[in-house]
Design a protein around this ligand. Structure first.
Ligand SMILES: Cc1cc2nc3c(=O)[nH]c(=O)nc-3n(C[C@H](O)[C@H](O)[C@H](O)COP(=O)(O)OP(=O)(O)OC[C@H]3O[C@@H](n4cnc5c(N)ncnc54)[C@H](O)[C@@H]3O)c2cc1C
Length: 159
């Protein structure tokens, strides 16, 4: 499952503690998990980049496993691609205004959080975003997210 080892350079906008120097980066969709390691034992603190679908579920998974996640999201809100805006935000793709999901809600739902019954089977982007907000609220995930924090200059280390 661990795909790469990366090193975070001093150019990062987010300050890291001394203990987080060498990091495992796990690709989860288009977001990343970065787990600090020390002395061969996985440390408890986990950095997650991006509060889209992957980042939100990563926070939840960390909490389920007793880890301490901090999610860094470059924009001011959750949702990633599903948060439609009329304007372009640097570093974040957005759906178009009329976009409806092509995967049904039964197939798209998180295993531990079904869609509300009154939601349509194929979801307009605003409904999908609403679902992500419901998920975030239900599991109280927002407090683990630092908005308007950008991770940059992740450098892959050759190990
Ligand atoms: C037009 C379109 C239609 C789609 N339709 C469907 C569909 O019907 N069904 C389906 O299942 N999937 C669909 N997808 C796939 C969609 O990409 C996934 O559903 C899902 O939203 C991906 O989530 P993610 O968290 O991996 O990435 P994203 O949603 O892209 O979220 C990434 C987040 O990371 C943040 N970020 C990026 N870089 C940094 C950084 N350096 N520091 C801090 N934060 C950062 C971004 O701001 C963003 O919030 C569609 C995608 C598109 C573009």
């Amino acid at each position: 499952m661990i795909s790469k080892i990366v090193k975070i350079t001093e150019m990062m906008y987010v300050p890291l503690t001394e203990s987080i120097k060498v990091l495992y980066m796990l690709t989860v969709g288009r977001s990343f998990w970065i787990c600090s390691i020390g002395g061969g034992t996985m440390a408890k603190r986990v950095a997650i980049i991006g509060a889209g679908v992957s980042g939100l579920t990563s926070i939840k998974c960390c909490l389920d496993e007793g880890l301490e996640p901090t999610c860094f999201e470059r924009t001011s809100d959750i949702g990633g691609v599903w948060r439609f805006t009329e304007y372009v935000e640097k570093g974040r793709a957005s759906t178009y205004k009329s976009m409806v999901s092509n995967t049904c809600k039964e197939m798209s739902a998180f295993a531990d959080f079904p869609y509300p019954e009154d939601f349509p089977v194929f979801l307009p982007n605003a409904k999908l975003l609403e679902y992500l907000h419901l998920y975030t609220k239900h599991f109280n995930l927002r407090k683990y997210i630092q908005f308007q924090h950008v991770y940059s200059d992740l450098v892959e280390d050759v190990v």
